[in-house]
Design a protein around this ligand. Structure first.
Ligand code: AQP
Length: 329
């Protein structure tokens, strides 16, 4: 049985990194999986401060994007994490089998807490990977399609499942990450040493899925490039390598074919074509999104239905967990 689970935080605008690293493969996987569950992980989003009104809007916006990208509620369960209390409950239980040292080694916590300081980072941010393990383990997940940055967290979910199983008897399926090689890590347009990120300080870091043609052209025009004018992948050319990878992902061409096409041409010509390719790629998604977001009632119905379907699976797992531990009467 192939059971897939993944999610995105409604913590800002969904960008090309989220789309190529995660959502794109979800759409493919929902056809081959026996069970596909895609969550809007709002409890994760509040591990850093969020404006309540914006958060509410972002939750619906992310849901609409899932649908616009091709996640089909007839094939997949789509729901909002906070609508299912089992996630927070299992996270608490898993906290009791998680070691402080394990969480201290998580690179995402180190990166995100550095933006303020460890002293002022929330306990929720530190505990984020345990909540993510609960998300995954509640649904008997076998595969977790994510970008490279989430690999360490999925590995923790594996470790916790194995530890719990050996302490209390087989309860959890041990999940594995599914990472697409080509788009595992889309880098920031303003800094190719760091991943493209929703919480980047400048909007020039990312292409949002909902950016219009003019904004996309402007962001690509201003994207940093490398020394030398050759359009070629290479360790010494991280910026152009990133742009070439994006180009290949949004067109039907391979990186080698694009290199060939732009041999002897300059960065300006390359960037113009890249911007056009991104605009054309995002256009159908944006058109579908515009329609879906206008019908809020239907969108909410899909999410409520998803939550009901998730409940059946999540409750069963949690009941088993509590029995194994000896909780309750
Ligand atoms: N740059 C990226 N390249 C490839 N995949 C990426 N993902 C994120 N950034 C890239 C994948 O998108 C999914 C959802 O990510 P998330 O919302 O859980 O948060 P994140 O990984 O922390 O992404 P962001 O955009 O950087 O959000 P903020 O700035 O709020 O932390 C995951 O599968 C992730 O791997």
């Amino acid at each position: 049985m192939k059971k897939v689970f993944s999610g995105i935080q409604p913590s800002g605008v969904i960008h090309l990194g989220n789309y190529l690293g995660a959502i794109k493969q979800w759409v493919e996987l929902q056809d081959e999986a026996d069970q596909a569950v895609f969550c809007i992980v709002d409890l994760h989003a509040i591990t850093v401060p969020q404006d309540p009104k914006t958060l509410k809007q972002n939750i619906l916006s992310v849901a609409a994007l899932y649908l616009a990208a091709g996640i089909d509620p007839n094939k997949s369960i789509i729901f909002v994490q906070s609508s299912r209390p089992e996630h927070a409950e299992l996270a608490w239980i898993l906290n009791t089998v998680t070691k402080m040292g394990e969480l201290s080694r998580m690179t995402q916590f180190k990166d995100k807490s550095q933006k303020t300081s460890i002293e002022s980072a929330s306990v929720g941010l530190f505990d984020y990977p345990v909540l993510m393990a609960a998300d995954i383990l509640l649904y008997g997940t076998t595969h977790v399609p994510v970008g490279e940055d989430q690999k360490q967290h999925v590995e923790l979910a594996r470790d916790l499942a194995l530890r719990f199983n050996s302490r209390y008897g087989t309860t959890f399926t041990v999940p594995e990450p599914l990472i697409r090689r080509e788009s595992a890590r889309i880098m920031g347009l303003d800094d190719p040493a760091k991943k493209m990120s929703k919480s980047a300080q400048s909007a020039l870091n990312y292409i949002a899925i909902l950016d219009d043609a003019e904004t996309i052209a402007n962001k690509i025009k201003r994207a940093v490039t490398d020394s030398e004018s050759e359009i070629k992948v290479g360790a010494e050319k991280p910026a152009i390598t990133n742009l070439l990878n994006i180009f290949a992902e949004v067109s039907d061409q391979s990186v080698a074919e694009i290199e060939q096409e732009f041999q002897g041409k300059n960065y300006g010509q390359f960037k113009k074509s890249l911007a056009e390719a991104i605009v054309a790629y995002l256009k159908p998604i944006q058109e579908k999104y515009d329609k879906i977001i206008q019908d809020e009632d239907s969108l909410k119905k899909i999410l409520e239905d998803g939550s009901r379907r998730a409940k059946i699976l999540a409750e069963k797992t949690l009941l088993d967990v509590k029995e194994k531990i000896g909780l309750g009467l």
